[in-house]
Write a protein that binds this ligand. Structure first.
Ligand code: GN1
Ligand code: MG
Length: 348
């Protein structure tokens, strides 16, 4: 019996396992499809506990949120209890695993058209709205995950430590000089929070296009990848979706000259989001164009920091992968920044 099979059998699955094979292309966890002869197939995931250090809290957030969404009659992920402990994860003390019901006939997309973006906006807006009245207390599964001040600090630390000597490259210096002038402006969410002008809400915090399941007709089934579900600013969900969906190319496309920020996607997504997220305050609404710039910026800083640190966080497929991702996100940031006046008009 393979290890994976043995692990799946720790959970209360129905049917016999026929096959276990890799699934999807996440950058953090390892994911497998478990085919069975029963009614359901399953998804087995190894939770990356180097990144998510508090798996107990992570699954607590997910359990509370999925139960709350299900109580409201909406579709969401369903995690299986471990037979021995009743918890929705299993650990051998070193590695952490969970199993959820595989949602059949579902597709993910790496790119979306304006129509799908409108539905996605509604889905993520409604997702936040559904969680706005959750009675449980959720914690930050990665403390300060989307805190731009922290991300900026991490970049500065990487630059000073320069652990693998990558700061010697003139291009690396040039990227740094390109990013730094915007740092203060991009950190304004944290300042508004400290001044009591901006609330934290339960957000998804990884609203990439490929974290939404669509059915054959193109309707949204549900939002997936709930590891980063935590208190954050609404900018997280608005900005991170557009970061992936409004980019004319993939986040790691080396063709930087092809990167652009699509306003048709922005307009459609914003329309859906504003319809779904009924709870937004004027300050939140007003700053949605800022969010559209913040997330390419933050992602550029994160990829760049990882590159300088010697690629210890994101999975890479080739040596310069994080540098290529950085160039791409820097270009997207500039493209978005240029369009802020237009974004403001649309939001208004
Ligand atoms: C990571 O694992 P994945 O691909 O869903 C990352 C996101 C980044 C994204 C960049 C926990 O998400 O924050 O935006 O890569 N997740 C974590 O593609 O760091
Ligand atoms: Mg994902």
């Amino acid at each position: 019996m393979t290890d994976h099979k043995r692990i799946v059998q720790e959970f209360a699955i129905k049917g016999n396992i026929l096959e276990i094979k890799p699934l999807g292309n996440g950058l953090i966890n390892d994911t497998f499809l478990v085919r069975t002869d029963g009614a359901d197939d399953y998804v087995l995931q190894r939770i990356n506990n180097a990144i998510f250090k508090d798996v107990e809290l992570l699954q607590h957030n997910i359990d509370c949120a999925t139960a709350h969404i299900r109580r409201k009659g909406a579709k969401t992920l369903e995690f299986l209890p471990c037979k021995a402990t009743g918890k929705t994860y299993w650990t051998d003390g070193e590695t952490y695993w969970r199993v959820s019901v595989f949602i059949r006939g579902a597709h993910t997309y790496e790119t979306v058209n304006p129509e799908y973006s409108y539905y996605a906006g509604k889905a993520f807006g409604a997702f936040e709205a559904m969680l706005a009245d959750i009675p449980d207390k959720l914690g930050e599964t990665i403390p300060d995950f989307h805190n731009m001040e922290l991300r900026a600090r991490q970049l500065h630390e990487a630059v000073s430590a320069d652990p693998v000597g990558r700061m010697a490259e003139p291009e690396v210096q040039a990227i740094l000089e390109d990013l730094l002038p915007y740092e203060e402006e991009m950190c304004k969410a944290e300042r508004m929070y400290r001044e009591g002008k901006l609330p934290k809400r339960i957000c998804h915090c990884d609203t990439k296009v490929n974290n939404m399941l669509f059915d054959d007709k193109g309707d949204i089934l549900c939002v997936i990848d709930l590891d980063t579900l935590m208190p954050s600013f609404v900018f997280s969900d608005f900005g991170d979706f557009l970061r992936t969906a409004a980019n004319t190319v993939a986040e790691d496309d080396p063709a930087v000259d092809k990167v652009d920020f699509r306003m048709d996607i922005f307009e459609a997504f914003a329309k859906g989001y504003l319809e779904g997220a009924s709870f937004l305050t004027p300050v939140e609404k007003e700053n949605l164009p800022y969010a559209a710039c913040l997330f390419p910026y933050m992602q550029a800083v994160r990829f760049f920091t990882d590159f300088i640190n010697g690629d210890t966080y994101y999975k890479i497929k080739y040596p310069e992968h994080n540098l290529v991702r950085t160039r791409n996100q820097v270009a997207l940031f500039h493209a978005a920044l240029e369009k802020v006046p237009l974004m403001k008009e649309i939001i208004a």
